[in-house]
Design a protein around this ligand. Structure first.
Ligand SMILES: Cc1cc2nc3c(=O)[nH]c(=O)nc-3n(C[C@H](O)[C@H](O)[C@H](O)COP(=O)(O)OP(=O)(O)OC[C@H]3O[C@@H](n4cnc5c(N)ncnc54)[C@H](O)[C@@H]3O)c2cc1C
Length: 472
């Protein structure tokens, strides 16, 4: 089995190390052969459903939901018995307008709830559910649930190394249910979260719209109170798990958009809801096919009626809730990028040692050595940033800047590393079915979703400038 020396870094507890080893062993067995699957829509949907079930059986989707949230509801015990693991996901937002709820740190002071996570601790392998950090788990900053961000990132890194779709399936269980964990009523938590943790219900996070991606405060989808129901009208697009999800956490306007003098939209007037896939008035408007296929769709809400109890948190707090959710899961996107990049480096090392060239091997040529050195160094730097951010968050620190740095550097350097690996493979590198060819497609969207690289730069600069202004 591979050695993963970085697990000895002081960011991790013994519980995290054991977790990483167990996920790796599980994935080696699950993806023995190569885990390849057909890429037509039906095959990808089926593979995804099966992966969610298997991740549930393996105990890994339990990390999508913090243990204390599961234990709080009696239904949680249905999922007991699994050995535990971790999950992740991410999101995007409007940082351009800073201020209020914008920015990576989720809407304002005390928001980043749920961030927290399990700090250090002597830790047995895995806590009662969703924490590898052992005892001493810190309550989430802002009073939210204690996600274990290091565990989420480690699981994503490990799964991404083995299989991109498995990483995706795992990530979405956390991202898709995070708003429920953070703001759902006890009844809503009990209804959805045990099934998410067990891999029995597929979750989705529905924020983006055709005209509201990076500028997410500009969403138009509306939710009108009508007796004991809300009625939703509008569209969501780019929704991962769209078409196979059992429920969607949907962000919609409960009051009209307010414009700033410069014409941009404020973050006020947005609320969050759970919408079941069989809710009247809900439909899949269109499926979207992307370069690394996974279930993705545009959703339509036409007079879609849901019970008032399906609202998540107070009316008007939806933007903050979306940011809080993304804030928890964004570091794990960096984790996934590390997994893809490390796999590319491992494949490149093998190929360069075995490929005969000019009477030697490719590895004997200094230009190859330079490429390998660049890849390894960039991956190491990104990994340090990623697990530093996760460790700080698990301590309860506010780490907006560090998380943005990790997301940007891990995804951007992974793209470069994978491109170098393709180059090292020569013609073979672009053949369908080659591992590096798949990685080349797998990595691309990570630089766009959950805050594109440009948006991360804006966050980092905003944090730097705010600190510098304060210091003046
Ligand atoms: C594979 C995939 C899965 C996704 N899954 C989900 C999901 O599950 N749920 C969900 O809600 N959304 C999801 N998304 C949507 C994703 O979050 C958006 O695509 C992303 O936020 C970018 O929005 P956009 O596509 O509208 O691009 P735009 O917002 O139009 O951005 C276009 C470009 O402008 C850049 N830009 C943004 N701000 C600035 C600025 N101030 N200055 C200069 N340039 C700027 C961006 O970085 C980007 O390069 C997914 C997207 C993809 C591709």
């Amino acid at each position: 089995m591979r050695t993963r020396d970085f697990l000895e870094w002081p960011f991790f507890t013994p519980g995290h190390r054991e977790l990483a080893a167990r996920v790796d062993a599980w994935a080696f067995e699950r993806f023995a052969g190569d885990g390849a699957h057909a890429e037509d829509r039906a095959a990808v949907d089926a593979a995804c459903r099966e992966l969610v079930r298997d991740l549930g059986r393996g105990g890994w989707t339990r990390y999508s939901v913090p243990g204390e949230v599961l234990l709080a509801g009696s239904a949680a015990h249905r999922t007991a018995g699994a050995s535990g693991s971790a999950a992740g996901g991410g999101g995007q937002f409007d940082v351009a307008h800073g201020g209020s709820a914008a920015g990576g740190s989720a809407g304002g002071s005390g928001s980043a709830a749920g961030a927290g996570g399990s700090a250090g601790g002597s830790g047995s392998a895995v806590g009662a559910g969703g924490s590898a950090g052992g005892s001493g788990a810190a309550a989430g900053a802002g009073g939210g649930a204690a996600f274990d961000v290091r565990a989420l990132a480690l699981i994503r890194e490990t799964l991404a190394w083995h299989n991109g779709l498995a990483d995706f399936a795992f990530a979405m269980q956390g991202l898709g249910s995070g708003a429920i964990t953070l703001a759902g009523s006890p009844a809503i938590k009990q209804k959805y979260l045990p099934r998410v943790a067990a891999g029995e219900a597929i979750a989705a996070f529905a924020l983006s719209e055709p005209d509201a991606g990076s500028d997410v405060a500009a969403i138009k989808c509306s939710a009108r109170l009508d007796g004991d129901s809300y009625v939703l009208d509008g569209q969501k697009t780019w929704i991962s798990n769209g078409g196979i999800a059992d429920f969607y956490c949907v962000f919609a306007r409960t009051s009209p958009a307010e414009l700033r003098p410069d014409g941009s939209v404020t973050a006020r007037g947005i609320s969050a809801f759970v919408v079941d896939a069989n809710a009247p008035g809900f439909s899949i408007a269109e499926r979207i096919d992307v370069i690394a296929p996974h279930p993705l769709a545009t959703l339509a809400f036409n007079g879609c009626r849901i019970p008032v109890g399906n609202r998540l948190g107070p009316e008007g707090d939806g933007f903050k809730l979306a940011m809080r959710t993304l804030d928890v899961f964004r570091t794990s996107v960096a984790g996934a990028a590390l997994g893809f990049a490390q796999r590319a480096l491992d494949e490149a090392l093998k190929q360069s040692l075995s490929r005969p060239m000019f009477g030697k091997t490719l590895a004997d040529l200094q230009l190859t050595q330079a490429a390998l050195a660049d890849m390894a160094t960039e991956i190491d730097a990104a990994r340090l940033q990623t697990y530093r951010a996760a460790w700080l968050r698990d301590r309860g620190d506010t780490v907006t800047k560090e998380v943005a740095m990790a997301k940007m550097s891990a995804t951007e350097s992974a793209q470069r590393a994978i491109d170098r690996a393709v180059q090292i493979f020569g013609g073979r590198g672009v053949v369908h079915g080659e591992t590096v060819e798949h990685l080349y497609r797998d990595i691309r969207a990570l630089r766009i979703y959950e805050g594109a690289t440009e948006v991360q730069k804006l966050i980092i600069a905003r944090e730097l400038l705010n600190a510098a202004r304060k210091a003046q």
